[in-house]
Design a protein. Structure first.
Length: 355
């Protein structure tokens, strides 16, 4: 089985495509649910592959965060995910073999995106390229692929792995290999009890609780929501950043920059499209006598998910919602509300920081 997977990474679909980009691979997992890749990786359009085998991943940065990379460079893009990994908390190996949406990946790499400049001498927005294919593994065999760059990450797709066992004859051959440790129950147990891998507070919080299978799929549910800012008098929104629970991240331009520069519509702060529930929203605005005012709202997970569910009554499609951020007239505090369906819910558990 293992030789089949390895060979398929090299031999399947030998048709070569000439498109090449400078990119690296990365692996992600949720905090508290460490993973390690046993074998395999991303199959490329020229018949080669990029391995995802790069050591244990802890998820300390959270779901969707980038891990280490072993093969940054110019090469074709991937067309398939074919990999075996271990979920240490489950003590289970999973195998996923799935075709990726090549055109979606290539379209993002070809187009790139724009970011606001922080250079006072060259204030115009600048074009940035995507440079990472990030692969996330969550309990239950869930795999997600994102395309990422500086301050931006977009989901490509979600894939389902199946439980798999490593044949005994292969295990015997691996005793002198680093991957053999993944097969040992005592090593698996040591990983999940190591506070340097799973912080003690996370171990304590998860103790005696079942694994929340399906949680990371709820993160992917998209809603028809937008932002409404109530800023101090004569202030203009400069830019904002969304960090979403599904691992996506985007930077958008406010009115201050839209008036000065030719910003693509999809990067306008008020561009309407369905998106996942926000984990954090940071923002910046300018006043007549004060520039570069800003802050962030970090949402409390249980509260914001309950509020979205309550206002949509479980029917996300088509129900317009609005997150209103009210900055005080003094510009040093803010409140945040979720509104829609004739109701308004104060998100008072949110962490608010204004500077």
């Amino acid at each position: 089985m293992l030789s089949f997977i390895f060979n398929s990474c090299q031999d399947k679909n030998k048709k070569t495509m000439k498109e090449e980009f400078d990119w690296k691979e990365s692996v992600s997992c949720p905090l508290g649910y460490p993973v390690d890749v046993f074998m395999g990786g991303l199959e490329l359009t020229d018949g080669g592959y990029t391995s995802l085998f790069s050591g244990l991943h802890t998820g300390l940065g959270g779901w969707g965060s980038e891990g280490r990379s072993m093969s940054s460079g110019v090469k074709p893009l991937p067309k398939r995910l074919n990999v075996i990994w271990i979920s240490f908390v489950e003590k289970t190996f999973y195998h996923v073999d799935a075709e990726l949406d090549y055109e979606k990946i290539a379209g993002l790499f070809r187009k790139g995106y724009y970011l606001p400049s922080i250079n006072k001498d060259n204030p115009e927005p600048f074009k940035e390229n995507y440079w990472t294919i990030n692969v996330g593994f969550a309990p239950g065999g869930m795999a997600v692929v994102w395309v990422a760059g500086a301050a931006r990450q977009i989901e490509i797709g979600r894939y389902q792995g199946i439980k798999t066992e490593i044949p005994k004859e292969q295990v015997e051959k691996l005793k002198d290999e680093p991957v053999y440790s993944m097969l040992r129950p005592e090593y698996q147990e040591s990983v999940i009890k190591n506070p340097g891998i799973v912080p003690q507070e996370v171990q304590d919080a998860n103790k005696d609780k079942p694994i929340p299978y399906g949680l990371w799929d709820t993160y992917r549910k998209k809603y028809n929501w937008k932002i409404n800012y109530e800023l101090p008098k004569e202030a203009e929104l400069d830019q904002m950043t969304y960090k979403l629970y599904n691992g996506e991240k985007v930077v958008l331009f406010g009115d201050y920059q839209i008036k000065k520069y030719d910003i693509p519509k999809e990067l306008h702060w008020d561009y309407e499209e369905e998106k996942a529930i926000p984990k954090l929203i940071s923002f910046r605005w300018n006043e007549k006598v004060k520039k570069n005012c800003g802050g962030y709202i970090k949402f409390k997970e249980d509260q914001i998910f309950k509020a979205f569910e309550e206002l949509t009554q479980g029917k996300a499609e088509g129900i317009p919602l609005q997150i209103t951020i009210r900055i005080t007239h003094t510009g040093d505090d803010a409140s945040v509300w979720l509104e829609g369906n004739g109701k308004s819910i104060g998100l008072y558990k949110s962490e608010v920081k204004i500077f």
